[in-house]
Design a protein around this ligand. Structure first.
Ligand code: NAP
Length: 441
């Protein structure tokens, strides 16, 4: 019987699904010892610090993660940072394979004038701020203004727009971080715009997110019905045999429902603007206005008409995708780990998830991704390495969040939420988290 040591770096969905794929590949002759290394004191990655707090159903996947973690071949090493507490070379030397599941956490930049003005922030900072990620608690989010504009027509833009536009009372029974919930309650924002540079037919939203919009009780949602019908006509004309792709059809149908829904006259609004390309963010020392070029679709191509319009606003959030923050010892191309189908060629390093394929797909996409890459890991295995345990490498006294420690942190957060009707109250600093795990006095 061969037992192989596998290190997984990054305890988000890609990390857990990689562990699960390894567990599913075990046979009588092939077993694994899996160490999951995570720089934060908390696991679950985007499920904790990315998924919008008003979407608790999506977070139930954490139950699957905890089942994976309960397997006897699994160990968690939380609060252990690659490059600081441990080096990638230490892992490649000791483990038979290292699977990098480190995601992409830097927001892409627009590259337009005014982007660095105060009041212009990335969704990468805003989402982690309201979700209580320890590194983003102090992001300066100015909500003392009337209007906010989100750039991008994807699900992250949708999350940012919804969180700003809904009545914050709707978040009171969620796990929104306390500091963010307090600030949202005192927010002056009443108009939120979500803008896409192409047409409604090209939007990257998914239909379930669009179908959720009419459920916002205290916010009127505006989409231009004519723009949706024009998009439908264009997309149908371009479709093979006039048969619209299912995703486009579902999206446009959901948009039509939003456009036609009766408005309740709420003072809070969420307005969608398509064919709007951001040109410049204007303001004297802070964001005051954003200028858009008006695009049109000509012969299936997006063309700048030369005309412009602007929206007065005090906050601009850019939600146009993410890139990976490079980690020493592995090369990156276009914001992703340089890999061929998950193999980092010439090494025993592999990659799964957004670090491998870029920021695309939903949480479940990482499951099939992990299964495919783990097949390659198994295919490449030779004789198991004889090596010392990773614990020898960690500085003595360094507080490591094991699975048991995490369970204590998790239980304490959930218990704190119970009397308030919340799924949990998040601890938002490393110190607080380590205290909950009894690793700090
Ligand atoms: P995304 O889906 O790739 O959307 C990015 C958006 O930014 C697109 O509309 C894109 O427009 C636009 N964009 C890119 N560059 C731009 C530029 N220079 N100027 C203006 N617009 C620009 O990315 P995402 O929203 O960050 O989401 C990442 C992944 O997470 C997606 O797969 C998403 O579905 C998933 N996610 C899922 C959920 C959920 O299931 N509830 C929630 C959040 C995120 P073009 O198409 O014109 O390039």
């Amino acid at each position: 019987m061969a037992r192989y040591k596998i290190a997984i770096v990054g305890a988000g969905p890609a990390g857990y699904f990689s562990a699960q794929a390894l567990q599913n590949s075990e046979t009588e002759d092939l077993t694994f010892a899996i160490d999951l290394i995570e720089r934060l004191p908390t696991p679950w990655g985007l499920v904790r610090s990315g998924v919008a707090p008003d979407h608790p159903k999506i977070k139930t996947v954490s139950k699957v993660f905890e089942k994976i973690a309960s397997h006897p071949n699994f160990r968690l090493f939380g609060n252990v940072e690659l490059g600081t507490d441990i080096q990638l070379a230490d892992l490649t030397a000791r483990y038979d394979a290292v699977i990098m599941c480190t995601g992409s956490n830097i927001g892409k930049k627009l590259g337009i004038p005014g982007e660095d003005l105060p009041g212009s922030i990335s969704a990468a900072d805003f989402v982690t701020w309201y979700n209580g990620h320890p590194d983003y608690v102090h992001v300066d989010v100015d909500l003392g203004i009337e209007a906010a504009v989100i750039i991008g027509a994807g699900n992250v833009a949708m999350d940012c727009g919804r969180i700003l536009a809904l009545n914050p009372a709707e978040l009171d029974t969620t796990d929104t971080a306390d500091h963010a919930l307090a600030k949202l309650h005192s927010s002056h924002i009443r108009q939120v715009y979500i803008t896409g540079r192409r047409g409604p037919e090209h939007a990257a939203f998914t239909a379930p997110e669009l179908r959720d919009l009419p459920k916002l009780e205290h916010t009127d949602v505006f989409m231009d019905a004519t723009a949706i019908e024009e998009a439908l006509a264009r997309a149908t004309a371009e479709a093979i045999d006039g048969e619209l792709e299912k995703d486009i059809r579902n999206n446009l149908e959901a948009m039509r429902v939003v456009a036609e829904a009766e408005k309740a006259g709420n003072d809070r609004s969420l307005t969608f603007r398509f064919l709007s390309a951001p040109k410049e963010i204007l303001g004297d020392g802070k964001v005051e206005e954003i200028l858009f070029g008006i695009n049109e679709i000509r012969d299936g191509k997006v063309v700048d008409t030369g005309a412009t319009y602007s929206i007065k606003c005090g906050l601009v959030i850019t939600a146009i995708g993410y890139e990976a923050l490079p980690i020493d010892g592995v090369s990156y191309v276009k914001g992703k780990i340089d890999n061929v189908e998950g193999r980092v060629l010439g090494t025993n390093i592999y990659t799964v998830g957004w670090a491998k394929r870029g920021p695309s797909g939903v949480i479940g996409t990482n499951k099939s991704d992990a299964t495919d890459v783990v097949k390659l890991v198994v295919e490449d295995l030779t004789a198991p390495k004889v090596s010392s345990d990773i614990t020898e490498l960690l500085i003595s006294g360094h507080p490591v969040v094991t699975q048991l420690t995490w369970e204590a942190i998790n239980a304490a957060e959930v218990a704190a939420g119970e009397p308030l009707g919340k799924p949990r109250v998040k601890a938002v600093s490393r110190e607080e988290l380590l205290k909950l795990g009894n690793l700090l006095a």
